[in-house]
Design a protein around this ligand. Structure first.
Ligand code: NDP
Ligand code: 8X3
Length: 251
């Protein structure tokens, strides 16, 4: 019986790399996101190249009703989820507090915080029943130090940090591991999304140094998920060599 991992936001960046990493190690993967075409393409490619099964699920993590219904309706053979990676998330804009857009704020909080909580709440009964499971939340260095013009994004990632700590305490009796991974700058579609399709602005974020790559986060996620049963990495901050924290990046 293969292990099962559910990864939110697997249509690009970290989530996609995590799916490829676990698939290569023989895990069955539930991959989720909003872009159905990408998810189906990735699912077909993973199944073609690995002796595993992949279940693509298309939903917006902000949609509480759909999240709950979709995950409750999982076929029985997919309910034994060993690892949940709460990765779906985004930044929108980089504007000072008084200029920032309220819709952007809503989307970031609804996705990065409430979406993560909805998905976790829906998956948890499968884990608590088995007294087994591992929840890996993708936070950010932005959840450790606040930077200028990062307001709501930094707040959302501080919330991920806090929620991870809270889950770890509440889920102790169920033997469920909770790990928070906090990456620094990483070259994915993140900045294209943040700057709303402005490629020049997005590229400038990664100019002049070697940023983290999605595969680095996939390797780290795999490491944390495959430690002996009694070992849990609680909190892990990872940056590229050029970055000390949210505030100090040497170009
Ligand atoms: P990408 O933009 O490459 O990937 C983001 C993923 O999240 C996509 O698969 C996207 O899928 C999914 N997603 C976004 N919004 C929703 C939604 N409402 N419902 C469902 N899925 C959603 O960025 P990254 O891979 O870099 O980001 C992944 C996570 O890592 C995020 O939480 C981000 O905040 C965090 N992070 C990123 C860093 C970086 O520098 N890149 C550093 C630290 C943390 P789709 O659009 O198909 O829905
Ligand atoms: C993404 C990294 O520095 O843009 O979480 O906040 S940063």
């Amino acid at each position: 019986m293969n292990n099962i991992i559910l990864i939110t936001g697997a249509s690009s960046g970290f989530g996609k790399a995590i799916a490829y990493k676990f698939a290569a190690a023989g895990w069955n993967c539930i991959i989720t996101g909003r872009r159905a075409d990408r998810l189906h393409e990735i699912a077909a490619d993973l199944e073609k190249n690995n002796p595993i099964k992949v279940l693509p699920l298309v939903f917006d993590v902000q949609d509480r009703v759909t999240v709950t219904k979709t995950l409750q309706a999982l076929p029985q053979e997919w309910k034994n989820i060993d690892v949940l990676v709460n990765n779906a998330g985004l930044a929108l804009g980089r504007d000072s507090f008084e200029q920032a857009n309220l819709d952007d704020w809503d989307t970031m909080i609804d996705t990065n915080v409430k979406g993560l909580m909805y998905v976790t709440k829906a998956v948890l009964p499968f884990m608590t029943e088995r007294k087994k499971g591992h929840i890996i939340n993708i936070g950010s260095t932005a959840g450790k130090e606040v930077y200028k013009d990062g307001n709501a994004y930094c707040a959302s990632k501080h919330a991920v940090d806090a929620i991870s700590k809270a889950m770890r305490i509440d889920l102790l009796p169920y033997r469920i591991k909770v790990t928070a991974i906090h990456p620094g700058a990483a070259e994915t579609e993140f900045s294209i999304v943040r700057f709303k399709g402005d490629d020049a602005k997005a590229d400038a974020v990664y100019d002049g140094y070697k940023a983290l790559q999605a595969a680095d986060i996939a390797d780290i996620t795999y490491y944390t998920a495959t430690l002996p049963e009694h070992v849990c990495i609680n909190d892990l901050v990872v940056t590229c060599l050029s970055q000390a924290n949210s505030l100090y990046l040497h170009k």
